[in-house]
Write a protein that binds this ligand. Structure first.
Ligand code: 4AD
Ligand code: MG
Length: 430
């Protein structure tokens, strides 16, 4: 019977066939240990000279890395491996012989691995990271579906920008100008007025000249938007959502976290509620911590965020930033016009901002003024303002950057390992 490694626990004591690639191999005179991978997992298969034909044993000994095979054998318990099972092989059929696979078990440099990303994805660590990415996506849909949200897909090709005009990818749309979406937010606001509570999940593009471990040119964002929800209520939704994905990964990705040697004790603490610190207090905290140069009104960089995060053992919301350094659509604090009702959620352990969110301006005249102050033009001027003209309501939303969240939960240093085919400042290949 043909099965997969993931299904192996159901077949203990039985003979099965698995289509697999050879990830690695060790052999001596009378025995060969094959490390198999089939996409669903990794497992050891043991080929004993005494159990198989001479031809099969010679084939096992000569198998090259990444050759594809059908392996048949009995599944037995193996208490020494974290997976818990191995196969005692009775037969092997070679499907395709792989010659000179470039990614050998030795150490390779990052640029070499990135040039071979199409093959590097097969490695155990990369497999673990992508499984964690998948679990975050799965638990995201679970959370929003269970809480009455509707998934709405905003367009990728747009006529205007959401997050400032300097980092846009421009393209022609027949005779018009178009841009790749930086954020679906403006459309999600329209969707919230039609469906109440909505979320999106899709790719976003920023022509950012930043070459850091937190920046991608193409990244995926989850963007919920909620009608009749104020800033404070939105923070509660955010902390419940992030707690849900963290606890889902802890529960459903034990093997993967183990492969990545992730210190899970730090993730176990990630349960709502999360601490909040105002921008004002964050400035004071930074000064105390030796950042004497920082002045009220300046934006935080990575070192500032990391220093603030170090004061807490959970993600922390930095709230009420100066309006000057935030997007045009954020609602001013009614008690203090120079700051806005917004928050960035900063992950622990130096992973930086994973969420940006705010309550949106719902007053038509103020929104018109903001549009003009920011020198914004384009078709959204008409339709986005109309959302404030016909039954405007208080509403809030936020965007969670998937790759930064994957990096944090997996404990990998750089976002380039958190997306299958990263688009970076200097990389469009493969
Ligand atoms: O803070 P940002 O720019 O917020 C928005 O785009 C809002 N319109 C979202 C909303 O309210 N619907 O981006 C949101 C998140 C950041 O917190 C970060 O996690 C991630 O997106 N992000 C990036 N991730 C990787 N590479 C980049 N270049 C990123 N830029 C932002
Ligand atoms: Mg932001």
């Amino acid at each position: 019977m043909k099965t997969t490694i993931a299904q192996v626990p159901k077949h203990e004591g039985k003979s099965v066939t698995i289509g697999a690639w050879l990830a690695n191999k060790r052999s001596s005179g009378k025995i060969a240990f094959l490390q198999l991978r089939d996409g669903t997992g990794f497992m050891q298969a043991v080929v004993a000279k005494s159990d198989v034909s001479e031809e099969t044993f010679q084939l096992a000994k000569s198998l090259t890395q990444e050759s594809s095979i059908y392996v048949t054998g009995t599944i037995v318990e193996d208490t020494r491996s974290p997976f818990g099972y191995e196969m005692q092989v009775s037969d092997i059929e070679l499907i395709h012989e792989s010659v000179d696979y470039p990614i050998t078990p030795k150490e390779h440099g990052t640029e070499f691995l990135m040039d071979h990303r199409h093959l590097w994805l097969r490695s155990k660590r990369q497999h673990a990271v992508m499984k964690i990415r998948n679990e975050i996506i799965r638990s995201t849909y679970e959370f929003f579906n269970d809480n009455g949200y509707i998934k709405i897909d905003p367009p990728i090709l747009t006529g205007s920008s959401a997050e400032g005009t300097t980092e846009l990818f421009h393209t022609k749309y027949f005779d018009e100008d178009a841009y790749l979406s930086q954020s679906g937010q403006l459309y999600m606001e329209a969707a919230a007025m039609a469906f109440g509570k909505v979320f999106s999940f899709g790719p976003t593009f920023r022509a950012e000249k930043s070459k850091t471990r937190r920046h991608l040119i193409e990244f995926w964002m989850i963007e919920p938007e909620m009608a009749f929800v104020d800033h404070e209520e939105s923070l509660v939704i955010q902390e419940n959502y992030v707690s849900h994905i963290v606890q889902s990964v802890l529960q459903n990705c034990k093997l993967e976290l183990d492969i990545l040697e992730r210190d899970t004790s730090k993730l176990e603490k990630v349960k709502a509620p999360f601490p909040r610190i105002s921008y004002d207090d964050a400035i004071a905290l930074l000064k105390e911590k030796g950042f004497t140069d920082i002045e009220w009104g300046e934006d935080f960089g990575a070192p500032h965020e990391t220093a603030i995060a170090e004061s807490f053992d959970k993600p922390v919301f930095i709230t009420n930033y100066p309006a000057e350094i935030k997007a045009f659509y954020m609602k001013p604090d009614p008690n203090r016009e120079e700051v806005v009702l917004c928050a960035d959620l900063i992950a622990p352990e130096g992973y930086g901002e994973i969420i940006g969110g705010s309550q949106r301006i719902d007053d038509l005249e103020l929104m018109k003024k903001r549009y003009e102050d920011h020198g914004l033009t384009g078709p959204a001027y008409k339709w986005y303002l109309e959302l404030r003209q016909y039954g405007s309501v208080p509403h809030s939303g936020f965007g969670l950057g998937l790759e930064r969240t994957v990096a944090w939960l997996s404990g990998v240093e750089h976002v380039r390992e958190t997306i299958p085919f990263p688009r970076l400042l200097n990389r469009l290949y493969p």
